[in-house]
Design a protein around this ligand. Sequence first.
Ligand code: TMP
Ligand code: ASP
Length: 236
Amino acid sequence: MKNTLLYEGKAKKVYQSADRPGQLVLSYKNAATAFNGEKKATFSGKGRLNNEISSLIFPMLAKRGVESHFIERLNETEQLVHQTTIIPVEVVVRNLATGSITKRLGIPEKTAFASPLLELFYKNDELGDPLINDAHTLLLTDLTAEELEEIKHKALEINQQLQHLFSAMNITLVDFKLEFGRMADGKLVLADEISPDTCRLWDKTTQEKLDKDVFRQGTGDLITVYEEILRRLEAQ
Ligand code: TMP
Ligand code: ASP
């Protein structure tokens, strides 16, 4: 039986697994988009790189006690995950100021936050993923106040784990975006992907950007820097 396409996003296709009920196949595409889809390009090999990177990071987090939807890497561009209902909130954690927060609040580039700064964005392409507060989140999702606290706590915990992981690769974790999903039994787990599409990663020595900002800003070759992230991850 063939897997059924459930949803196609900007960077991934999501299939219902034909032979494994309750499980999904995530197929990583070669597409890169930025600025809510305004800038688009195709990079041969990007799907494989993000699948490989994500397939290494989720198990590394699992070893450190972070549960996610990830089950296993299936092949070069696909991974198997538990089916969840995605909570339409992007949870961003920032260690250093760059990107939208510098423009939105006038915070100087590279300002280090004394404690990691957490922001919530409503996952809604038509609205351009606006920044929202806790009250908005409770209004727009099925999260309870306790669950929202749980997600925030988990995101900060994941920040600590990812900071350790990337630090050992001589990389500063500048910021990143997480999504959470609800399993059939109601439990909330880390979902979506963790890759250079969703993190800002700077080489500690050279400050070189090793993430999607090279595409957003047109300052480097996406495949070269994603390959570098995969190479350093594989050495861990
Ligand atoms: P921002 O500075 O543009 O708000 O991005 C913060 C972090 O979130 C950065 O690591 C990139 C990531 N991100 C996504 O993964 N998806 C998105 O749609 C956006 C806007 C940012
Ligand atoms: N993923 C978003 C988009 O396509 C934005 C971004 O990552 O910069 O358009």
